[in-house]
Design a protein around this ligand. Structure first.
Ligand code: NFS
Length: 596
C-alpha cells in the first residue's frame, strides 16, 4: 500500500497512530492547564478552594526547585503553580517531573532524545511531523510520538494529579457505592459528567450549603444527590466518596431512568446523544465550559474565580426541574459497595505502616512470590465487546496472584463487578494474593482514580524500583498494563507513555492493521528501544494470560521465578505487614493518612 505521494504503509500507519497520541495528549494537557490555572487562583486566594495537602506541596516544591524556607504555604503554592504553568510552553530544558523517574530510565530517555520539552510543543511538533511530506521514517516518527506521550504522562497528567491532590486532598481509602441504583427517588439528582474536578468539587461544596438544601426542600425534595459519571465521577469518588452512577457506556442509561434533574458536563467523553435522550424527560443537560458546547443543551459558564456561585446557579436550575419529574425508574438493586482511594501514598503507608511506610512489603511479597506481579487495568468501556470484559481479565489476573490497579471507566466497571470490595480477595484471588489482601484488609483490585491519575501508577512503579530487589529500571518490574476496551485517543497516549517508560501494554485492538512493518515495530522491535512494547489480543482470558506471561518473563529475568510457595503468615509477620498504627475501619489500613 503506497500513498499517491509515495508514502509507505508504515509511514501512513505511524502517522495515524501518532495523531491519536497527539489528540489524547492534548486532551489531558488542556485539562491539566485548567487545573494549574485553578491552582494559581487558589494560591492567590481568588477562589474558595484551599491548600489541603501541604506535605505534597512541599514535595512538589522540591521537584521544582522552589526554596520553601520561611515561606507561607500560599507563597510556595504560587511559585510551584507558576513553574507548573510554564511547563506547558517551556522553550528551554525538559520537564521537571522527569527527574522523579528511576535514574536508568532518565538515561534511556536522554540517549533516545525523547525527554519532553514544553508539553504543548510536543503536541505541535508531532502534528507537524505527521503532516504530509514531513517525517517519513516510522521509527523516527515514533520517537516524537513517545516524547509527546511522555509529556502527557510525566508532564501534564502528573501535574494535574498532584496539584488536584494538593487543592482537594490526596485520596485515602473510603467506602462508597457505584452503579445506577445510587440515584435517589426523593432527592434532586444531579449527575456530574466530564473530567475537570474544579467544577465537580464546587458542586459538592454548593450541594452542602443550607441555602441550596433549603431550596431543594422548598421544591419538595429531601435533599440534593450528586452522582458521578466517567472520570469526573472518579475524582469525587476518590476524594469524597460521592457515588458513581455510570461509566462511559452507561451515560445515556442514567438519563433513561427519568430521575435525573440535570446532567452537568464539562469536557471529554460526553456523548452528543445525551442531549437527545434528555429530550424525552425533564432532564436538562447543562454545559459549563466554553470549549465544549452542545446543541439542545443549556450553557452556564463555570467561573473558577466564583466557583461556589457558579455551582449554586447550576444547582438552582436543577432544583427547579425537580417538580417537573414525570414517571421514573431507578434500578435500586443496581448498586455495589466499593472501597476506593488508593493513591500511591496510600499504598505506601497501608503496606508499610506508620513506622516504616514504604513499598518494602509489596516488593518482599513479589520477591517471595505471594504476589506474582502487578497489572494495571485502565481506560474506557465500549459497546463492541461484552460488558464483563474487564471482569474476566481482572478475575483471571487476581486468581493468579496478580495485584490489579485500576483507573478510569475500567475501575467503575470493576466496581460494578464487585471486585473493589475487600471480600473479593477471599472470593476470587489466588492464595498468595488473598493472604496479603486479607492481612492488610484491602481489595485485590485497587481503584487509583481517573485517567489522568494513571500518573499515580508511574510513581507507584518508580517507588517499587526505588525500594530495591526488583531491578533498577521500570522495564525490569514484573508489571503489565491494559486498556482492554479503549475507545478514546487518550488511551493510546497513555499506552505509549507506559511503553516508552519500559512497560508491557496490551490492548484488544489497535489501528495499525494496514502495515505489517509498523505492527512488527510496535509489537516487537520497540522492546529493544524502550524495554516496553505493545501487544494485541481480542479474547479477554487470553489477554490476561499474556499479561501474566509477560510478568513471569520479568520474574524469570530477575531470578525470582522459583516455585512460588504458599507461606502462611504467623502473628509476627502479620504485625510486620500491618504496622502498629490504628486501623482505618473496613480497610485495615494503618498509620497516618497521607495528607497528615
Ligand atoms: Ni479515560 Fe475518562 Fe472513561 Fe475512557 Fe473517557 S471517561 S479520561 S477516556 S471513556 S476511561
Amino acid at each position: 500500500m503506497i500513498g499517491v505521494c509515495g508514502a509507505t504503509a508504515e509511514t501512513v500507519a505511524s502517522r495515524n497512530f501518532c495523531r491519536a497520541i497527539a489528540s489524547g495528549s492534548a486532551s489531558h494537557t488542556d485539562h491539566a492547564r485548567e487545573m494549574v490555572r485553578g491552582f494559581i487562583a487558589t494560591a492567590k486566594g481568588e477562589t474558595e478552594n484551599t491548600i489541603k495537602d501541604a506535605r505534597k506541596l512541599n514535595m512538589l516544591a522540591q521537584v521544582f526547585g522552589v526554596d520553601t524556607t520561611d515561606k507561607e504555604t500560599r507563597q510556595i503554592a504560587l511559585e510551584v503553580g507558576q513553574l507548573a504553568l510554564a511547563e506547558f510552553g517551556k522553550q528551554e530544558g525538559t520537564q521537571y517531573m522527569l527527574k522523579r523517574a528511576p535514574a536508568k530510565r532518565q538515561e534511556i530517555w536522554k540517549k533516545l532524545g525523547v525527554e519532553p520539552r514544553g508539553i504543548d510543543r510536543e503536541v505541535v511538533e508531532l502534528m507537524h511531523r505527521t503532516h504530509m511530506g514531513v517525517d517519513q521514517d516510522h521509527e523516527n516518527i515514533m520517537l516524537q510520538g513517545s516524547r509527546c506521550a511522555l509529556g502527557d504522562g510525566w508532564g501534564s497528567s502528573m501535574l494535574s494529579t498532584e496539584l488536584t491532590d494538593i487543592m482537594f486532598g490526596t485520596p485515602v481509602p473510603i467506602r462508597a457505592i457505584v452503579d445506577l441504583g445510587v440515584l435517589k427517588a426523593d432527592q434532586v439528582n444531579v449527575t456530574v459528567h466530564g473530567h475537570e474536578p474544579l467544577l465537580a468539587e464546587a458542586l459538592c461544596m454548593a450541594a452542602e450549603t443550607p441555602e441550596m438544601l433549603a431550596l431543594a426542600k422548598k421544591a419538595g425534595a429531601k435533599g440534593i444527590n450528586l452522582a458521578g459519571v466517567c472520570c469526573t465521577g472518579n475524582e469525587i469518588l476518590m476524594r469524597r466518596g460521592i457515588p458513581v452512577a455510570a461509566g462511559f457506556i452507561q451515560q445515556e442509561m442514567v438519563l433513561a431512568t427519568g430521575a435525573v434533574e440535570a446532567m452537568v458536563v464539562d469536557v471529554q467523553c460526553v456523548m452528543q446523544s445525551v442531549a437527545q435522550v434528555a429530550k424525552s424527560f425533564h432532564t436538562e443537560i447543562i454545559t459549563t465550559n466554553y470549549r465544549a458546547k452542545m446543541p439542545d443543551a443549556v450553557h452556564i459558564q463555570f467561573d473558577e474565580h466564583h466557583a461556589l456561585q457558579s455551582a449554586k446557579t447550576i444547582l438552582t436550575r436543577a432544583i427547579g426541574n425537580f417538580k417537573k419529574r414525570g414517571k421514573f425508574f431507578i434500578p435500586t438493586d443496581s448498586k455495589v459497595d466499593v472501597v476506593v482511594g488508593f493513591s500511591h501514598e496510600t499504598i505506601n503507608y497501608m503496606l508499610g505502616g506508620r513506622f516504616r511506610s514504604s513499598y518494602r512489603p509489596l516488593n518482599d511479597n513479589i520477591i517471595n512470590g505471594r504476589i506474582r506481579g502487578v497489572a494495571a487495568i485502565v481506560g474506557c468501556d465500549n459497546y463492541k465487546f461484552d460488558d464483563n470484559y474487564h471482569e474476566i481479565v481482572a478475575k483471571e489476573l487476581i486468581k493468579n496472584d496478580v495485584l490489579v490497579l485500576a483507573t478510569g471507566c475500567a475501575a467503575t466497571a470493576l466496581g460494578r463487578a464487585g471486585l473493589l470490595r475487600p471480600e473479593a480477595a477471599t472470593e476470587f484471588a489466588g492464595p498468595g494474593l488473598a493472604e496479603v489482601c486479607e492481612t492488610v484488609g484491602m481489595p485485590p483490585v485497587l481503584h487509583m482514580g481517573s485517567c489522568v491519575d494513571n500518573s499515580r501508577l508511574l510513581i507507584a512503579a518508580t517507588e517499587m524500583v526505588r525500594e530495591g530487589g526488583l531491578g533498577d529500571d521500570l522495564a525490569d518490574l514484573p508489571v503489565s498494563g491494559t486498556a482492554p476496551l479503549w475507545m478514546s485517543e487518550k488511551a493510546v497516549a497513555i499506552g505509549q507513555y507506559f511503553v516508552a517508560s519500559g512497560i508491557h501494554v496490551i490492548f484488544q485492538n489497535l489501528p495499525v492493521g494496514g502495515s505489517k512493518k509498523f505492527s512488527k515495530f510496535l509489537f516487537d522491535d520497540c522492546r529493544k528501544i524502550y524495554g516496553g512494547h505493545w501487544e494485541m489480543e481480542a479474547n479477554p482470558l487470553e489477554l490476561a494470560r499474556k499479561m501474566i506471561k509477560n510478568i513471569d518473563e520479568k520474574r524469570e529475568a530477575l531470578g525470582i521465578n522459583k516455585k512460588r510457595e504458599r507461606i502462611l503468615f504467623d502473628m509476627a509477620m502479620r504485625r510486620d505487614l500491618g504496622g502498629t498504627g490504628k486501623a482505618v475501619p473496613g480497610v485495615g489500613c494503618t498509620g497516618p493518612k497521607p495528607t497528615e
